[in-house]
Design a protein around this ligand. Structure first.
Ligand code: GLC
Length: 561
């Protein structure tokens, strides 16, 4: 049975933010040749797949999520030859590559848009969404209204920056163009796509007002965009016409999508996507101002959300994508663990354990395997992200927050936290570039870097290497049925993965206290074996565990007959 399991169900994905990974030519920007140079590092870690954030030609208003040519490589990152070499060399090492597909919107510099805005008669006008008057109160993700006026062609919709006009998916020509793009890259031999905000492509034709939430200046567009009327039809068409013809994986970014709503996207008999990225666990520390809040996630809430997704995806024969962080989020250890010494390394390993033993495909965001932390920028001038700059303006000018408080919030949640350069060694600029890095390097790079991790057998890097290896070796990590233990416990996350003959017991202490933890009697073991732990845990299962601060352990249990 396991022979038939799709490869992406047994894989671990490593996400690379190319601009910040490794700069091979000294211009301060990471590039494709830089990634090539570091392939052996990724091979050593043991990951199966690389997801590259957008590498296409782009004015870089939103770091590549504004694409002006889908079939050209962004010159800062390299050339098509560089890409072909990267793909070839990765494949030679047994590493697959998936690309970011950004087709909810293009750049306003894309020729389709420069044509479209010439006027209503233009052949490309209908590639985008235009209205004669502003139809609703929607705000765009990076500030201001979601509608922008162009004299020749009226108002166009942009859910993100005004330089990112939304494509009109109702136009069959647009859908054909997207299929064309997919084919172009798939014919090159890439191994799949991460689809940017793909659940937003179909808009409610009524364009209803959205509720004004999180003390924002405008209404939310989600009610009129998330999982809109034709989204499943469009994805099934894309699957039928293109995706199904290749042995690939697809993961859709799915903002504002509950587990029940995600089921139709991922259920295997629906032929849409293999899995989605949900945000339910990312929303747990929001407050009345949304993401930019000081709250910490409550463990019982986290367990509820993760359990709901584990159960729902299992029941619908869908699949989970598992992540703590990505290029839009704070660093995992800073947000969910404890970035302060002496807990950073332990809590990073604990988080890795809890996530990697779940059912689904784990995603490691670059630097997570080193326990890289938030950026700790001290001034707004250090921030580069369009979202951070907008939040600073909005919170200080409209909401009346002090600059100090706003900077503190950005320090906790800004997307730039995840975008500081990868820390390779303790030389200048953490060995990322010989030039001036496009964004500041984290000051802790002297202590936290690849060189240091590789020299320390007890590092997070080697722990992640082992987590990955376990997934490759043990089918139960792919197939076992998840069962949450001790739901109400505020300090310990404990769960089982049940197979036919064996069970995994996974335990993680989310606090900085030692906890004497009793495993409930229903968990039985005749024989047991410790698979991995980040402290000196007993070699065989004991019902009473003395869990060190941020301690985590995984036991393989063989039940009594
Ligand atoms: C997604 C991307 C994010 C980008 C946005 C608009 O959320 O992950 O980085 O800004 O879409 O494309």
């Amino acid at each position: 049975m396991n022979n038939q399991t799709a490869w992406w169900k047994k894989s671990v994905v490593y996400q690379i933010y190319p601009k910040s990974f490794y700069d091979s030519d000294g211009d301060g920007f990471g590039d494709l040749n830089g990634i090539r140079e570091k392939l052996s590092y990724l091979e050593k870690l043991g990951v199966d797949v690389i997801w590259l954030n957008p590498i296409y030609e782009s004015p870089q208003v939103d770091n590549g999520y504004d694409i002006s040519n889908y079939k050209k490589i962004e010159p800062q990152l390299g050339t098509m030859e560089d890409f072909d070499m990267l793909l070839k060399e990765a494949h030679e090492k047994g590493i697959r590559i998936i690309l970011d597909l950004v087709v909810n919107h293009t750049s306003d510099k894309h020729p389709w848009f420069t044509e479209a805005k010439k006027g209503k008669e233009n052949l490309y006008h209908d590639y985008y969404i235009w209205k004669d008057t502003i139809p609703n109160n929607w705000g765009s993700s990076f500030g201001g209204p979601a509608w922008e006026y162009v004299e020749t062609a009226q108002y166009y919709l942009h859910l993100f920056a005004k330089e990112q006009p939304d494509l009109n998916w109702e136009n069959p020509k647009v859908r054909k163009e997207v299929q064309e793009i997919l084919r172009f890259w798939l014919e090159k031999g890439i191994d799949g796509f991460r689809m940017d905000v793909i659940t937003l492509i179909s808009k409610d034709p009524a364009y209803p007002d959205g509720p004004v939430i999180q003390n924002k200046a405008y209404g939310s567009y989600y009610a009129g965009c998330a999982s809109g009327p034709h989204v499943h039809e469009y994805l099934q068409e894309m699957n039928r016409e293109v995706l199904s013809k290749y042995d690939i994986m697809t993961v859709g970014e799915a903002p504002h999508t509950s587990a029940d709503e995600a089921a139709p996207y991922t259920a295997s008999d629906r032929h849409e996507l293999n899995m989605v990225f949900h945000f339910d666990h990312m929303h747990l520390d929001y407050d009345e101002n949304g993401k930019y809040a000081k709250n910490r996630v409550k463990l019982t809430d986290l367990k509820e959300v993760m359990t709901k997704w584990q159960d729902t995806m299992h029941e619908c024969d869908g699949w989970n994508s598992l992540y703590w962080s990505n290029h839009d989020q704070a660093r995992a250890v800073s947000r969910f663990g404890n970035e302060s010494e002496p807990y950073r390394v332990k809590s990073a390993k604990m988080l890795g354990t809890i996530l990697h033993m779940m059912q689904g495909t784990p995603y490691i965001y670059e630097g997570e395997e080193l326990g890289m932390t938030n950026a700790h920028f001290e001034s707004i001038d250090e921030y580069k992200d369009v979202e951070a700059l907008d939040i600073f303006r909005d919170f200080t000018e409209r909401k009346g927050f002090s600059e100090k408080d706003t900077l503190e919030l950005l320090g906790l949640k800004s997307r730039d936290n995840a975008r500081t350069p990868m820390q390779w060694d303790n030389t200048v600029n953490a060995g990322f570039t010989e030039g001036t890095p496009w964004i500041g390097v984290n000051k802790n790079c002297k202590e936290i870097n690849v060189e240091q991790c590789l020299a320390d057998q007890d590092s997070i890097f080697y722990y992640y290497q082992k987590l990955i290896q376990l997934r490759h070796e043990m089918p139960i990590i792919t197939d076992g049925v998840y069962e949450l233990l001790d739901k109400e416990n505020e300090s310990v996350y404990a769960y089982l993965r049940k197979g036919e003959k064996e069970t995994l017991l996974v335990v993680g202490n989310f606090t900085d206290k030692t906890i004497n933890y009793h495993i409930e009697e229903k968990v039985q073991a005749k024989k047991s074996r410790l698979l991995i732990s980040n402290y000196n845990a007993a070699e065989t299962f004991e019902r009473d565990l003395s869990l060190e601060p941020y301690g985590a352990c995984v036991y393989l249990l063989e039940a009594e007959k």
